[in-house]
Design a protein around this ligand. Structure first.
Ligand code: PEP
Ligand code: MG
Length: 536
């Protein structure tokens, strides 16, 4: 029975879309008893064919690193030894055990590259069992809205470019890693929607309005037309922004700026490159591991980094060490120290990540960045662990303590990157997951004063928090003297368009005035009054 057809939620990545629903996490029916060997054969062949088609598609889209990984999965699914073991076991549990035995054998090999294949074997096993259990389930429609109770970043990335136009989840918040990925790739996402949405049959038409934080099932024609108009308008805006790709990165008064992108996946690197970003200013390495039960080892890091850095070959890339803080604390760190303190207290975990970064990062112009720094000793520990490698090491400035220690940090850091998301939350006493914690609050004079202090400390400074892509805070950051911005891939075109229309000297005057004001509302009003909105 349909309980409701309209749900209010929180739009955490903007945009509008209308498409049929497709739920990814429908409970898998339990298959008890033996499975016909022909069905096991069919499942392995189908998984091999699916993965091979997925690899071809990724290759055709130029995502070579992702294609190679997926193609390895296809080879594993076609391995006669694995199929034989699965056929002998006959039940889904038995198939699981057979696959696990095979994976453990790989786990035990001395060669780290072969050991990494164990995860691929497990993934093939999951897909085979899923296919047997779900025999008869529907494939996703050509264009679809992903519906799930909870979404991980991989759920979105797996379907990007394959028909995914929006996503809806019952759980999650604006700072969840799925939200960060959705914003980064420009995918509308509404979270906090009533659980009844999970009961909708697949293929039900859904209207997702992330601006209004609304999801509507079986929308009337008039609402569909309104939503489609909004999509067309947004498409036109993006086309205008896109049209300035390749134009000089200079403000209206001729000040050069650098525009980089924030990424956590190879898909985002491609999007950033396509948008004309000049490199990666923030690679968030913790996102693949926020559900981890233990510290990622070197092989885990290599597996996560390889596709991203292969796609970024030749680019400047700032890799941030694991940032298991705030809403990104994995289960194994809950209840104890988390964040940078936990990483520094686990020298083996730090060394494993650094070995993987330095090795996999050989094809890029690498910099290593430390999150949530509060004092120079922390940075020194990382620098010592980096050893003799001639790699710049820098600090994120995203705690009040880091700003207070900025002179001391200058003695150890090669560069600074201001994390306005955390810095603003701390200075204004907000939790990162609080819906009131919005990027534009970085325009608060208390935050601006700290940024001014960092700008004069004597090290190169970039901004990688979301305030760098916000219409009212971007002019203030430019006015503070920031000339390097790292923004979500989906915002690179718009940020370039805005910066090219801003007058840096005028923004400097606005910044000086903003420092004397009371709060972020006042400084935003000042920017709107004096500059207006330079974008369509
Ligand atoms: C920030 O805090 O501004 C930042 C860029 O880091 P993250 O959002 O990953 O915490
Ligand atoms: Mg941060």
């Amino acid at each position: 029975m349909r309980v409701a057809n309209r749900w209010a939620g929180t739009g955490v990545a903007p945009g509008t879309a209308v498409a049929p629903a497709w739920r990814i996490d429908r409970p898998v029916p339990v298959v008890a008893g033996p499975v016909d060997p022909a069905r096991i054969d069919e499942a392995f062949h189908a998984v091999a064919a699916d993965l091979s088609a997925l690899a071809d598609r990724a290759r055709a889209q130029g995502r070579h690193a992702a294609a190679d990984i997926v193609a390895t999965g296809a080879l594993i699914a076609a391995d006669p030894g694995l199929l034989d073991a699965a056929r002998r076991s006959a039940t889904p549990d038995g198939i699981h055990d057979a696959v696990e035995g095979y994976a453990r054998m790989l786990d035990a090999l001395p060669d780290p590259t072969l050991r990494e294949r164990a995860a691929d074997v497990r993934q093939v096993g999951r897909r085979v069992i899923d296919r047997i259990a779900r025999a008869g389930a529907t494939d996703p429609p050509e264009r679809f809205v992903l519906v799930a109770e909870d979404l991980g970043p991989a759920d979105l990335l797996e379907h990007l470019g394959n028909g995914l136009v929006a996503a809806v989840a019952v759980r999650g918040g604006a700072n969840s890693h799925a939200a960060i990925v959705a914003r980064s790739v420009g995918l509308p996402l509404v979270v906090g929607v009533g659980a009844e949405v999970l009961d909708l049959p697949d293929h039900t038409l859904l209207l997702v309005d992330a601006e209004g934080g609304m999801v509507l099932a079986d929308p009337p024609e008039v609402e569909v037309t309104r939503a489609e108009d909004a999509v067309t308008r947004e498409g036109r805006r993006r086309a205008v922004f896109r049209s300035e790709r390749g134009l000089p990165h200079a403000t209206a008064d001729g000040q050069a700026f650098r525009l980089l992108c924030n990424v956590a996946s190879d898909t985002e690197v491609r999007a950033g490159r396509d948008s004309g970003a000049e490199g990666i200013g923030l690679l968030r390495t913790e996102l693949p591991f926020v559900h981890a039960e233990h510290w990622p080892d070197e092989a885990d890091h290599r597996r996560a980094l390889r596709p991203i850095l292969a796609e970024a070959a030749g680019w400047p890339v700032t890799v941030r060490l694991l940032d298991f803080a705030n809403d990104k604390v994995p289960p194994f760190l809950r209840g104890g120290p988390a964040g940078l303190a936990a990483l520094l207290a686990a020298p083996d975990a730090l060394a494993a990540q650094l070995r993987a970064i330095l090795d996999v990062g050989r094809a890029v112009a690498l910099r290593v960045m430390v999150p949530m720094v509060t004092n120079a000793a922390e940075l020194r520990t990382v620098r010592d662990a980096v050893g003799d490698a001639a790699i710049p090491v820098g600090a994120m400035v995203e705690t009040a303590a880091a700003v207070d220690a900025i002179e001391e940090l200058c003695g150890v850091a090669d560069f600074f990157s201001v994390g306005t998301n955390d810095l603003t939350a701390e200075l204004l006493g907000l939790d990162r997951t609080d819906p009131r914690a919005r990027p534009e609050l970085a325009g608060h004079p208390r935050v601006l004063a700290r940024i001014a202090r960092v700008m004069t400390a004597g090290r190169p400074v970039s901004v990688c928090g979301d305030a760098g892509a916000h219409p009212t805070t971007l002019p203030l950051l430019l006015g503070a003297g920031v000339r390097e911005f790292s923004v979500a891939c989906a915002r690179v075109d718009e940020t370039r368009y805005r910066l090219r229309r801003l007058d840096a000297a005028m923004c400097a005057r606005l910044f000086a005035k903003a420092l004397t004001m009371r709060d972020a509302e006042e400084t935003a009003a000042l920017v709107r009054r004096r500059i207006g909105d330079v974008a369509p």
